[in-house]
Ligand binder design. Structure first.
Ligand code: NAD
Length: 469
């Protein structure tokens, strides 16, 4: 359905809401605007489907492997649609599709059979891992397919069913993904519901849901936890980050600059675990600012569907306004623009890749999450000072340390208060790795077997082996 709307204006059309292409700022399609009162029937069906799905691990494995094949086969439809609504370069959308299929295979093959507890007593005590029931998932717009699969692959492999709500900014590729995956699954095992608030709030607090797994911002995460408290459903929250990258005195600036730049700017900086602050020693400060600025000035910005584009637009109008607000505030606070610094003069939500130097440590672009193509670079004097600065925010998702002496870098990384610390890299995650933010960045663990067990409960059978008088 075509729809022409002013930039960023939300709108409805016959029970649908308009989806905007961020590369043009205009509506190009629409998604069903499901209402909160429709969720009762959806959750009921998910509960009914659970009774068959939970009991047959062999059928589950076969179905999830078939779903992975179906996702791969649908890549040519999924990836361009994802780019159209999200903005990212097409190659990155294809990578998201590939990761989604890989994740389905990874969890389909993961065993969660019974475990014996050996504690020396004359009893046979065994844990039988049981699924929880219908799980609700709520995800954001930065990696719609990858984050949806990070929810449904472990939850379904564990024997749960799922009702998943994508962001209203990116509902279309997830809806298509849901239909593709569902071709391999029994009916109602995975349901995608699209709609605007208060749909998510109702889903999080629905009494028929036994686990709410949420990825998004910290304020919404808090609201989700409050909603789920009504039914005391389990809550997993993967929230915002403000990752620091600390460059050490012995860093090879030119050698790492490309990696560091893209760790901050991939997906237009809209990555929870992107580098969001760079700390450079005073002696190297100008060199680091210059190296990053040079890359920001030469990065190719354009629509994600253009083959040459390395950076697409910001996903949506409120996010663009936020990026602009943080940048302007930093400039008002005394920062200097080393590259970029403003919107691009063209249709769509484009913002020039921006490097900010001489940013005061208290400016919101340093203390909060900009989630966009703007990177502050700050100088530091001593290691103690920089570790304290890196740990000084309410966030605790990731961090990185960059240098030539790897042991020394690891000693510094060990002092970071976060869930993952990288050395000479940032935001690299394998499917087998746990991912867990601390402080306000999250509750619970995603990834690897920990992600699977987050969707299971221990049922313990305790059998007395010896007769007692
Ligand atoms: P958001 O919190 O605004 O929205 C996330 C989802 O919650 C969307 O589907 C939205 O429609 C829904 N929602 C909004 N209000 C709700 C409510 N009251 N109750 C229930 N659901 C509600 O976040 P966003 O702007 O879409 O995403 C960006 C944020 O996500 C950033 O903070 C980023 O760091 C974070 N994020 C975290 C991770 C991680 O793994 N830690 C990964 C990706 C993104």
């Amino acid at each position: 359905m075509a729809a022409r709307l002013p930039c960023g204006a939300p709108g409805t059309h016959g029970g649908h809401f308009v989806v905007i292409d961020p590369a043009t700022g205009e509506g190009f399609d629409a998604a069903p605007d499901r209402q909160p009162d429709e969720l009762d029937a959806v959750v009921d069906r998910a509960r009914t489907a659970w009774h068959g799905w939970r009991d047959d691990p062999v059928a589950r494995r076969t179905a999830l492997l078939a779903a992975a094949d179906a996702v791969e086969a649908a890549g040519a439809d999924l990836a361009p649609l994802l780019t159209r609504e999200q903005g990212k370069p097409l190659a990155e959308s294809h990578a998201e599709v590939a990761r989604t299929a890989a994740r389905l295979r990874y969890f389909a093959e993961m065993d969660h059979g019974p475990q014996r507890i050996a504690d020396g007593r004359p009893v046979r005590s065994e844990i039988r891992w049981r699924p929880l029931g219908p799980v609700a998932a709520i995800v954001p717009w930065n990696f719609p397919l990858q984050l949806a699969s990070a929810k449904f692959a472990p939850a379904l492999a564990a024997g749960n069913t799922m009702v998943l709500k994508p962001s209203p900014y990116t509902p279309l590729a997830t809806r298509l993904l849901g239909s593709v995956v569902s071709t391999a699954l029994p009916e109602d095992v995975l349901t995608i519901v699209t709609g605007r608030e208060p749909l998510g709030a109702r889903l999080a607090s629905h009494p028929g849901i036994r686990h709410v797994t949420f990825t998004g911002s910290i304020p919404t995460g808090r609201a989700v936890a409050e909603g789920a408290a009504a039914s005391l459903a389990r809550v997993t929250l993967e929230l915002g980050g403000n990752d620091a990258a600390i460059l050490l005195e012995d860093v090879d600036v030119e050698g790492i600059a490309d990696r560091l730049f893209w760790a901050a700017f991939r997906n237009c900086g809209q990555v929870c675990m992107a580098v969001k602050r760079v700390y450079a020693p005073v002696r190297l400060y100008s060199e680091v600012v210059e190296a990053l600025a040079q890359r920001a000035k030469t990065a190719v910005v354009g629509p994600g569907l253009d083959p040459g584009s390395q950076l697409g637009p910001v996903n949506n109008a409120p996010q663009l306004a936020r990026v602009e607000r943080y940048t302007n505030q930093a400039l008002a606070d005394g920062a200097r623009v080393a590259a970029g610094g403003c919107r691009l003069d063209r249709p769509g939500y484009f913002f020039a890749p921006t490097i900010l130097a001489d940013v005061p440590a208290g400016s919101p672009v340093v203390t909060e999450e900009q989630f966009g193509p703007v990177l502050p670079v700050l100088p530091y004097g001593s290691l103690d000072e920089v570790v304290e600065a890196a740990n000084s925010t309410a966030f605790g998702l990731g961090g990185s340390v960059w240098g030539t002496d790897l042991d020394r870098a690891e000693t510094v990384a060990d002092r970071l208060e976060c869930g993952t610390a990288w050395i000479n890299h940032h935001a690299e995650l394998s499917l087998a790795q746990p991912f867990a933010g601390i402080k306000e960045s999250g509750v619970g663990v995603a990834g690897g077997p920990w992600g699977l067990y987050g969707n299971l409960r221990p049922f313990v059978v305790h059998r007395q082996e010896e007769a007692r008088p």
